[in-house]
Design a protein around this ligand. Structure first.
Ligand SMILES: Cc1cc2nc3c(=O)[nH]c(=O)nc-3n(C[C@H](O)[C@H](O)[C@H](O)COP(=O)(O)O)c2cc1C
Length: 274
């Protein structure tokens, strides 16, 4: 009998050992940032998730000057090259989830991130894109990311305008909870209503939201809306208008513009999708 009990005890021990709960695997936050906007989002994600964090660093840094950066990008593009980056110190094999962050440059992830994606195989990993931008580029950059890493699982991403960095702590918290990366309650937004032609009042909301942003010169056509905590979110469709005296910037077609109106505050646009 004693021997039987010893065998059963040994078997139970073996089973419970097999079921031993694994430590939750850490994620990695990997980001490039030229002027620290994306860095702020990266740090917030790392802080809330406890993930490791590392910056992608070009061997020859871009200087902070906007026009100089554009010129360098154009030269690189003509030569079909992306900037050399310093080796990534983290052992990527250790991570099944990688948050990849970047500023949007020319509608997609900035070239140092292209360099990283070109020489790294992320097959089988969960990739969570995040970005900062002047007006938009989350969707277009995610499409490019999915093309570049077809065997990675690209999860929904987070993007924020550089002008709205104050919203980052609240929005990143909700984004991480909605994605199941951290625990806690989050607000599930209702779907937008059907699109309908804009009223005068809605056109005024659109014009106020995009009014002082030089890259948008458009007329709102239709709109849908939904309730969000403390206000209303609008999804406008708008058409580019010709710019007088700027033939180098011809109308580029239709766009979607997300606008939020928090009760008592002026309308702000949160993202443009072209
Ligand atoms: C060369 C260059 C190209 C850019 N292209 C875009 C663009 O296509 N769309 C956009 O919305 N913002 C664009 N921006 C604005 C940046 O995405 C924005 O300032 C971002 O927050 C910078 O992030 P960082 O501080 O992490 O570098 C561009 C900025 C630079 C320097």
């Amino acid at each position: 009998m004693k021997t039987m009990l010893a065998i059963v005890a040994a078997m139970l021990a073996a089973v419970s050992c097999g079921q031993k709960k694994e430590e939750p695997q850490k994620a990695l936050v990997l980001y490039y940032s030229q002027t620290s906007n994306t860095k702020a989002v990266a740090q917030e994600i790392a802080k809330l998730t406890g993930a490791d964090i590392e910056e992608i660093v070009p061997v020859k840094p871009y200087d902070g000057d906007f026009q100089a950066t554009i010129n360098r990008c154009n030269e690189d593009r003509q030569q079909g090259v992306t900037p050399e980056i310093k080796p990534i110190a983290a052992n990527l094999d250790k991570y099944s989830t990688i948050f990849i962050g970047y500023p949007v440059w020319f509608g997609t992830y900035a070239p140092p991130v292209a360099s990283f994606l070109d020489k790294t195989d992320l097959s089988g990993k969960k990739i969570v894109p995040f970005c900062t931008f002047g007006s938009g580029g989350l969707d277009s950059s995610i499409k490019d990311l999915a093309k570049k890493q077809p065997k990675a699982e690209i999860l929904p991403g987070y993007g924020v305008r550089a002008a709205r960095l104050a919203a980052v702590p609240k929005e990143v918290d909700q984004f991480l909870k909605a994605g199941g990366f951290i625990e806690g309650e989050y607000v599930k937004l209702e779907p937008f209503t059907e699109q309908h032609p804009v009223s005068e009042e809605e056109a005024a909301i659109f014009n106020t939201a995009v009014g002082d942003y030089p890259m948008i010169h458009a007329q709102a056509k239709t709109v849908a809306s939904r309730t969000i905590p403390d206000g209303t979110e609008y999804l406008f469709t708008a058409a580019d208008l010709p710019r007088e005296g700027a033939p180098q910037m011809p109308p580029a077609g239709e766009m979607k513009v997300y606008v939020t109106v928090i009760n008592g505050e002026a309308p702000v646009f949160t993202q443009v999708v072209r």
